[in-house]
Design a protein around this ligand. Sequence first.
Ligand SMILES: [Zn+2]
Length: 499
Amino acid sequence: MGNMISIAKTIVENSEQSTIYATDGDLSLNAASLVKLKSTDKIIYDKYKAPEKKEKQLKKFLVHFRRPAGYMGEYGFDWIRDEYIHALYFIERDNNSHACMSTLPLASDVAAVKATYLKDVKNPVKPYGKDYYPAWLSIFPHTNSRQFKHGSDMNKNGAQLDLELEEIEEVVSDGTTLIFESKNPHLKITPQEINIAALMGSGKQTRFLPNGVKVKYYTLKGAVNVVNKDAPLQNHEEIKVFAKLGDKKEEVGKLMVYLNNVIPKMELALVKVSHQGSSITTIDQQHVKDFEYQFKRNSFNQALIRAELKTDTSFDISTLPLIDKDVTSCLDNLYSVKKVFDPHQYLQDVIRLYEKYGEHKPTGGSIDGDANKRTYIFLSDIGAGNLYGTTSGQGDLANEFEWGNAYMIFQKGLGDRATLLHEAGHSLGLQHTFSAGDPLSGLPAPPYTFFQGHTDNIMDYTWQTNGNRNPFVAKDNLRSFFKFQWDIMRKDRSLILNY
Ligand SMILES: [Zn+2]
């Protein structure tokens, strides 16, 4: 190629073989975008008339934001997975353990799932008439305390997300760019533009939906970074994705970012309950630190809740006065050879005793009372059969359903991250993902349920009703709270808003 000359809004390149002409907007000088002239063609610039330019068609596709594979729960990210709304899994037994033997969507009500993910989306899009469900991201604003009282550096590096380009028709590397637009100056996405060639470089992949439908797509890992700096988001915000080619521009995707102008605080009191001959006091400090890390940075942060471990203390039941009937009935449950140990009763007994004798008992009121703003986690090294943990409270008709503010982890669950977080999820008002509610006891019926043991949700179980393991357990990937759960947890009565 010879020298590049820029004339007005055109670029002309000379070479021995040909002169290449490109109009404004074709800055990439891709082969496909060029018009070749023979070198013998004499070009008189001021009289030159551009050859009839073949209009380039913007290829049809959708763009989705996705969570990277190494996700640990360090921010909230939720989207409709294919298997929630398409019949992709063979279900042997339903949630009541009845034979099912059909291939079904994991969610009980597909329309309700779709409606849930569109809730709070102010400007829904239907690119090329296709239904589109944005993914939801939740990140803490990175601010100092002057900019925002509850400022945090929790997500100062933002979230590094994958991008997926889903073909509606076959795309080609024609210089089409993706443009990301955020109207909020405090919500930034980088880069702001990506050539689709970068996504195509990853190679086309195919996944299958029912009835032989193929989804052809490209994924660029860690393609974009989304960060919220200097001021919190007062509303749910959106980042729009446009596909642009020449002067053609179409909105082809969207990321919703959850508002974060209120950061509720969740205070946790960790109490190691020991009794005669118990070894529970030997739980080491590293374990406790790990607990706090899990609460603070790998789970409840997804709902933009700041978890704080307030106290780390021991409570030895064997030192309590035996003239107290509550003490003797607790010990009776523990040691009586005539009775089978009742773990739920044990938690109730420990709560009652802790309210009387505990070092960090709630001031003015009971643990499960409305005034208490602390969630008590009692750790016990007692074996309770297959039970990992249990939660206080049975529901409350007057105030819809609310669990109590305490739970106990038994021996089997002590080393188990998922159990610790799962029980705390109950104490923040979450049901199991597979629970159909129980209106008679105050449990509202959720809009939809999942088949047990098939999701990566912290409120799912680690096994399926047919006895198989939840597939996410093997990689320790039960790490998600879904967007509708963020909404529920953030309203829990035990959270502290003024601090
Ligand atoms: Zn549970």
